[in-house]
Design a protein around this ligand. Structure first.
Ligand SMILES: [Ca+2]
Ligand SMILES: [Ca+2]
Length: 425
């Protein structure tokens, strides 16, 4: 959690949408130490620093560190800092660590001979060295440490006088990436669309609920609704019942924790809007047939196109032996209803219902809507996810293989072009 102190400590130079964030800070009070550090034992006003003073001789100690937390998703960081070795020469050294791994050692030996005399006692030279490391880093926290070791003599000090952290952020809405344009995982409510040159996290059509895109098949699965293990509150969004008020969400049927009940002769409807360009839709769901059914059926219907799938149950079926819920003497049944059909409109309205005449007979859960995306970013229509049949202006569908047809730019910048038979062969 970012505290107000933390905010004061950091000077954020980049907005969240930009590719880098830079934090420049130097206030010793915001670091932790294993020893006493003082700004009064440091340089004159022209150099911002603070240091640890040793009235040695002794064997070294002293650690100056900070655990930086709450970093935005990123793939690398640059760390820039300055180490000070003041006044005396000696045989100690300062090691810098990032997340426990050592990166640099600054020996004290150089201070007296090679520095200029800007700090602490005049007549004793001081040495400042700056370091810059760009490292692969993805965690939301980063531990930076400077540790002094070795043998010290009288009247000397070491310190840090600058620290700057540059965070190379993942693309917008990407929660994990390997480089700026390559995303591994999107934030909740977004799905990962991988292209040749850049990965994009696109919002799920039923935002803010989750969805996932299978990169191999090009199938986008929207969140499971009426989830048997999910939260109750998210499962009925945007569903309406006919007649209204009859749709009961989230009761139980035996050991099946959360299912949804559709009372007899009623149905429920939902509309999905703003679907990405696609060519096919697939519904799957579990249907619970409870107690007595006499060749009654459950249907999935597209109101504009009629019923596209039905599933029929009969409680007299010999295979039906187990009681799940309802009347304990009448066996019940759970079967999957799935329906796969061509579909291209950006809007999809589906209705689910039953003709069973008694109350409390039908439940459903784990409803999933999957759509086969036209995967190419420049594609307007496709026959399958990776076979585009119509492209945006200035592009044409270029057949590479029988199962792969991608949009390519028309030669000479033409707005419209077609691939010839010769090209095709
Ligand atoms: Ca000095
Ligand atoms: Ca029963």
């Amino acid at each position: 959690m970012i505290t107000s102190i933390y905010l004061l400590l950091f000077l954020v130079s980049a907005a969240s949408a930009q590719s880098t964030e830079r934090f420049t800070f130097f206030n010793p009070n915001n670091f932790s130490t294993d020893a006493t550090f003082s700004s009064t034992a440091c340089c004159q006003s022209s150099i911002n620093c603070f240091s640890q003073y040793h009235a040695g001789p002794f064997t070294g100690d002293g650690r100056f560190y900070k655990n930086i937390t709450g970093l935005n998703p990123h793939w690398r960081v640059n760390i820039y800092y300055g180490v000070l070795l003041l006044d005396s020469n000696n045989s100690g050294y300062v090691t810098f660590y990032a997340d426990g791994r050592s990166y640099s050692q600054t020996t004290f030996y150089n201070a007296y001979y090679y520095g200029s005399d800007n700090c602490r006692y005049t007549g004793y030279n001081d040495y400042r060295s700056t370091y810059s490391y760009t490292i692969y880093h993805t965690n939301s926290h980063l531990l930076v440490e400077w540790v002094a070791s070795g043998t010290y003599y009288m009247n000397q000090a070491w310190g840090i006088n600058y620290f700057e952290l540059t965070v190379y952020r993942c693309l917008q809405n990407c929660s994990r990436c390997t480089e700026q344009y390559r995303c591994l995982e999107c934030e909740p409510g977004f799905y990962l669309w991988k292209n040749d040159t850049i990965d994009i996290c696109k919002p799920c059509p039923n935002y803010p609920y989750n969805c996932t895109l299978d990169q191999t098949t090009g199938i986008l699965s929207l969140s499971v609704e009426f989830n048997s293990i999910g939260s109750i509150s998210s499962t009925v969004t945007n569903w309406t019942s006919m007649p209204s008020g009859y749709f009961v969400c989230c009761t139980t049927c035996g050991s099946h924790r959360i299912s949804s009940l559709i009372p007899s002769t009623r149905n429920i409807t939902k509309t999905w809007e703003n679907l990405p360009i696609h060519c096919e839709v697939n519904f799957t769901m579990n249907i619970f047939s409870v107690d007595t059914w006499s060749d009654d059926y459950v249907f999935l219907e597209l109101p504009d196109e009629g019923q596209i799938a039905t599933i029929t149950f009969n409680s007299e079926d010999e295979t039906r032996t187990e009681n799940i819920c309802g009347n304990s003497t009448i066996p019940d049944e759970i079967r999957e209803l799935s329906a796969r059909f061509p579909h291209t409109s950006s809007s999809l309205k589906a209705r689910i219902g039953t003709n069973v005449t008694s109350l409390g007979k039908m439940y459903l859960n784990n409803l999933t809507l999957s759509i086969a995306l036209c995967y190419d970013a420049n594609c307007l229509a496709c026959s399958s996810p990776f076979v585009c049949t119509q492209c945006i202006p200035y592009y044409y569908p270029h057949p590479t293989r029988s199962d792969y047809q991608k949009c390519k730019q028309c030669p000479g910048g033409a707005r419209k072009c077609e691939v010839s038979n010769k090209l095709y062969l």
